[in-house]
Design a protein around this ligand. Structure first.
Ligand code: ZN
Length: 376
């Protein structure tokens, strides 16, 4: 299976300027590629965003691979052209090579390899879920495809998301099985507007607000749980909007983001913040998602065993990093992420090494083979 199909696919994918959420060209390309292998393809457009669900096989056991074809804008100062795949010193450069057209090219090439074995009676069904708005809000991508599949009563027995997720530098050496939750907190401190010379009399609420924010940051939320790193709280913005030097304004606002593990949920965190807030501070919240973990231990074991065999070493299993479309996919099936190093995502002169492409292709291929012969 060591041909350069994965490189040819990557070259084509990189040439499509699929800046989020404009992924139609790459979605059609993947759809055509999978149709030639016999897949039934459903191109699904939601709110102008192109998506794909493709399925091969009638077996009720259905292994899915998922990903996104959209990329973030290239920005400036590239040494290599962002939309032309360029090989230099063992590295393939181009926007999306790491996140995640490289892993996707490896996956499509692995599917072609696996399909050449398709005569096996124990083959499972294979499916592919692709979207074009992962780098944006994700409103019209995987979330809606999963809703579509649930309405259609489509059964999926496990999903590998080929996402940029490795906390170290070697593609395919990490299995991400979940992510911490995310809660945004908006705080407003209300006080009395006055001349600065009267600050002491008015009890300058801005200074008290800073002390309050510091007390929140001093809070150790937890020390981590069995499967998650510690929860963290970060200030993302502090605003007063005062362009003068002689007024203490009556309003100050701050924004916080809390990344929380499975020891917390939205309610508990909101109670904590409200309970600590002084009377003049109002708190409101934007709930993003709760901490999520793949509960299918058998599926995780299968992926781990398959990757150990491919790489010759046991992969790490964990929950480091941010969220991904896995938060939507988990509604329908167990999902794990196996892909490229997260440190290489969204950077200028983004790249994936030739070795990593081949390793990922072998990993995805072996997962298909092992899933075929393993009874979950
Ligand atoms: Zn990505």
């Amino acid at each position: 299976m060591s041909d350069d199909l994965q490189v040819r696919i990557l070259r084509d994918l990189v040439s499509f300027e699929t800046i989020t959420p404009n992924g139609k060209t790459a979605i059609s390309y993947a759809s055509n590629f999978l149709q030639t292998l016999g897949f039934q393809c459903f191109e699904l457009t939601f709110g102008g965003v192109a998506n794909l669900y493709a399925r091969l096989g009638e077996s009720s056991r259905n292994l899915s691979f998922a990903g996104h074809v959209d990329v973030v804008p290239p920005g400036t100062n590239w040494k290599f052209p962002p939309f032309t795949l360029t090989l230099d010193n063992g590295r393939f450069y181009g926007r999306g090579t790491n996140d995640m057209k490289g892993p996707l090219a490896a996956c499509l090439a692995a599917i072609r390899d696996f399909c050449s074995l398709k005569s096996s009676p124990i083959s499972p069904s294979l499916s592919v879920i692709l979207t074009s708005d992962e780098e944006l809000m994700g409103d019209n991508g995987t979330k809606k495809v999963i809703d579509f599949l649930m309405k259609k009563n489509e059964k999926i027995d496990g999903c590998v998301l080929c996402e940029s997720c490795c906390p170290n530098d070697v593609s395919g050496s990490y299995i991400k099985i979940g992510c911490r939750g995310s809660l945004n907190v908006n705080l407003s401190s209300h006080g009395t507007q006055c001349h600065v010379v009267n600050g002491k009399i008015s009890g300058n609420h801005l200074q008290k607000f800073i002390s309050f924010l510091n007390s929140l940051l001093d809070e150790k939320l937890d020390m981590g749980s069995e499967k998650f790193p510690p929860s963290t709280m970060e200030i993302t913005s502090i605003d007063v909007g005062n362009y003068t030097r002689n007024i203490i304004p009556n309003l100050a606002t701050a924004k916080l983001n809390i990344r929380f593990n499975d020891l917390w949920n939205f309610e508990k965190l909101e109670q904590l913040i409200k309970g600590k807030s002084p009377k003049n501070v109002e708190a409101s919240f934007e709930r993003f998602y709760e901490a999520m973990i793949c509960s299918g231990q058998k599926f995780i074991n299968l992926i781990e065993a398959s990757m150990s065999k491919t790489n010759g070493v046991k992969p790490e299993v964990g929950t480091l990093g941010g969220n991904s479309d896995a938060i939507f996919i988990r509604k329908i099936t167990d999902v794990v992420e196996v892909g490229s190093p997260i440190s290489g995502a969204h950077i200028v002169d983004e790249f994936i090494t030739g070795k990593d492409l081949i390793r990922l292709q072998k990993i995805y291929y072996n997962i298909m083979c092992d899933f075929a012969s393993y009874n979950l």
